[in-house]
Each structure stands twice: as C-alpha cells, then as structure tokens.
Design a protein around this ligand. Structure first.
Ligand code: PLP
Length: 440
C-alpha cells in the first residue's frame, strides 16, 4: 500500500509542505501491526492497578443556587448535593453582572468568535478583556489564551525562542501546565526544591552569569494552600539578572485590594515580569492570560503556537470574564467574606482535632493519608450527607498525604457549613475506629 505524507516545516515564517511517497508500508491488508485495542486496555488497567483511575462525578450546577447542584448516580438516580471542592471560589459563575454581560454579548455577537486571533477572531470583547487585565496587574499589556493551562504551556515553551540559551528555574511543585511548558521548550531547566530559596540560589550560582534566566513559580500552591516566597525570589532574580514568571491562578480575584493576586497584596507586582492568571476560578468563567510588558506580550503573541493556531475565546466568554474582573476590582467585601469562610471552616475542623494544613490561604486541606480511606470518606460524604468533595490522591499529591480539599466560598451558608462539620465529625470518628481495627 502506498501512502502520501505531507511534512510541514516552517521556513522564515512561511509554511512549506513537502509531499513524500513512502512506497510500500506493511501490513497491506487485513489486520494491524499493533493491537491498538489491547494497548488501550493495558494503559487503563495500569491506572486501575495503581489506584489512579479517575471517575468523574456527574453534576448539574444550579444557577442562582451555588453551591447547590444535582448529582446523577451511575444508575441514573439523582441526589441534591452541596459542592465543597469547586474552584468557582467566589461564586462569580452565577453573579448577575457576569451573566448579564454574557447574555448581552451573545445577543450582540452570536456564539463563537469565528477564528483565530489572527484570522477574524479578535473582537472588541477580546480587546476590552486584555485592557482590563493589563490594568489589573499594572502592566502595559495582557494576552488572553483559551485557558491558564495553555497560557503557561504556550508562554514557557516559547520563551527560549525569544531568549536563546534561556535557563528556566522551576519550583518542584509547579503546576503540570508549567512543567509541560518547561519540558517541551527543549531549553535548559533546573528544578529547585519547593519554596527553597537557598536551593534556588545554589542553582543560580552554579550557572553562567551571562546566560539568560527565568524563575517560574506560583503565588498560592493549590494543594497545600501555601504561598510562594515572592519577595525573596524577586530579590534573587535581581541579583542574578533573571526574569520572573508567576502563576497567580489560585490568587487572582481573591487577594490584593483590586483582586490582582498575592503580588498585589504584597506590593510586589511591579517586580514580576510575567504574571499568569485564570478567568475560570475566582472569576467564574473561562480562559487564561499573561500580563507583561507590551514588548513581551507582542513577542509571545507572535511566536507562541498555543496562542496563534487556535480559535479565540467566544465573545460572550470574554465579555463575562471582563465583567467579572472589573467587578472584583471593587468588591472587597466578597474577598473578605471568602477569607472569613475559610477561617471559620479551618477553626471548626481543627476544633474537631482534624489534621488541617493551614498556611493562611483560602484552601482547606484535610490530610487523610491513605487513598482507600480518602475515597471511602468522599463516597460516604456524598451518599450519606450530600456533600461533594473529590478525593485527592497521588500523583496530584505525594503518597501518604492523600486528602480532602475543601474550598469554602461566600456562597456557602451557615447551614451548609454546619452539615459539613457534623458529617466530618461523625465520619472521622468512624474512620479512626476502622483504622484502629485495621492496626489491631
Ligand atoms: N495553574 C495552576 C496552578 C492551576 O492549578 C491550574 C488549574 O487548576 C492552571 C494553571 C490551569 O488553569 P485553567 O483551568 O485556566 O486552565
């Protein structure tokens, strides 16, 4: 059987196609050289064996009633639940200001954007959102992507094209999207121990002082809820002539007087070269972005395949996100209510003697320390109490630190909090008894 392949290369910004005949390729007829179905079975079985196979809980969110939702069990029956593990941290996914902006944009501009940013997909909504974000972070420009995952991956994988020989220093607990961007860029990388500025210093000292460098880290690490040492990292960056790249995905909307994140709260925003954020968590919509100098955004815009070769966000999504960002620049009350909720939940769970990780952020992880127990607790909370909190297991967190990660929000009322605390009290005692039995 003959096959014709088109090989695409990019030469001086031109796409060049080369058509190649492969001659005979085996097998000619009947049967495939690889049993693809078996390979898929093996891959899935590996996950089951390691206890890492993920099942998705089927939920229907109820606009106007967050955090309430309806869970559809695998057999089709339903149960009312309260979501305690969502990342719509402030309930902006149902905020009237956001919904109104989205409805208006749909009525005015229709559903999709109709193209990539370069080819007919840049609208007034995209431009407005970028201006809103640049203003939020006090930067000259911002660039929106279809998600923060893509923003991290596309930006970090593109930077070595702009700065040949770039060495990226990446925190060991950086999000998968940053790891992927750093890994794919083909440049040099150094991993420093989580939040360990002394280790980062050692790595910086060991490299050529003239080499271009960039330090990539997060402001709030989402699994433990701890903060990155922003100021110390900026000091090192100054000392070693490195650029700084911060992921504020779990902070934007929630920290700082206008919701620009922890760097804003700590008055350090001006010391960060590239700030990454999401529009999908505290802002309640979807999309991601970077904010940086006009030159940096222009270069990423021009070189990053993850920005160039994909359809831009629907106008209504951009409009909703812009409305949410604009609203949260002013709504300090909501931010305060969020922090208060997190403090109350932590205090109450600590009062029960539960092992909480508390770094003073809005994330409330309860360490269970065993994947089977964690899953069991999560299942019982859902089935018996209508409380939905997803178990968090390896590889998302290290083995032995499996946990339930609660995300209290201003839309969780006192009754929901009471139900959760009582349920945890009951189940934790039950779990402790079971463990004692196992140990005995
Ligand atoms: N960065 C961090 C630290 C995250 O936790 C996540 C998602 O959970 C992302 C980036 C990706 O954000 P998005 O959902 O907008 O793709």
């Amino acid at each position: 059987m003959h096959a014709l392949y088109a090989i695409k290369t990019v030469y001086r910004d031109m796409h060049v196609y080369e058509f190649v005949h492969t001659g005979d390729s085996e097998p000619a007829k009947g049967g495939k050289p690889v049993d693809y179905s078996e390979k898929l079975d093996e891959a899935i079985a590996r996950l089951h064996d390691e206890g890492r196979y993920r099942t998705f809980i089927d939920i229907e969110r109820k606009n106007g009633h967050f955090p309430h939702a309806v869970w559809t069990r695998p057999d089709g029956t339903q149960r009312d639940i309260t979501v305690w593990c969502g990342n719509d941290y402030l309930g902006m996914g149902q905020h009237p200001v956001v919904l109104e902006a989205m409805h208006e944009a749909i009525d005015a501009a229709g559903a999709g954007s109709g193209g990539t940013r370069n080819i007919s997909g840049t609208t007034v909504y995209h431009k407005r959102l970028e201006a809103e974000l640049a203003d939020l972070h006090g930067k000259e420009a911002a660039l929106i992507f279809t998600s923060a995952y893509i923003a991290n991956d596309a930006t970090l994988s593109t930077l070595p094209k702009l700065f040949p020989g770039l060495i990226i220093y990446s925190d060991a607990l950086n999000h998968a999207s940053m790891i992927e961007g750093v890994r794919r860029n083909g440049g040099a990388k150094r991993i420093f121990r989580h939040n360990d500025v002394e280790h980062l210093r050692e790595l910086l000292e060991a490299d050529d002082p003239k080499a271009p460098k960039l330090i990539a880290f997060e402001s709030v690490y989402s699994m433990d809820g701890d903060f990155g040492p922003i100021e110390a990292i900026c000091d090192l960056a100054d000392e070693f002539g490195a650029l700084t790249y911060i992921d504020e995905v779990h902070a934007v909307g929630m920290y700082g007087p206008r919701g620009a994140g922890v760097a804003e709260r700590d008055r350090l925003m001006h010391r960060l070269d590239i700030i990454n954020g999401t529009l999908a968590k505290a802002y309640g919509v979807m999309g991601g972005y970077i904010a940086a100098s006009a030159k940096m955004c222009d270069a990423i815009r021009s070189y990053a395949p993850g920005f160039i070769f994909t359809t831009s966000l629907p106008p209504a999504v951009a409009a909703g996100a812009a409305a949410s960002v604009a609203h949260l620049k002013r709504d300090q009350e909501l931010r305060d209510a969020h922090q208060t909720q997190a403090k109350i939940l932590k205090t109450r769970l600590k009062g029960l003697g539960l092992p909480i990780i508390d770094h003073g952020s809005h994330i409330v992880p309860v360490i269970v320390g065993d994947p089977v127990h964690t899953k069991k607790l999560s299942d019982m909370l859902l089935e018996n109490f209508g409380i939905y909190v997803q178990p968090i297991n390896f590889p998302t967190v290290p083995r032995g630190t499996e946990r339930l990660r609660f995300t209290p929000s201003p839309v969780h009322g006192p009754d929901e909090m009471d139900t959760l605390v009582q349920a945890m009290d009951e189940l934790w005692s039950h779990c402790a008894l079971n463990r004692a039995e196992l140990a005995g």
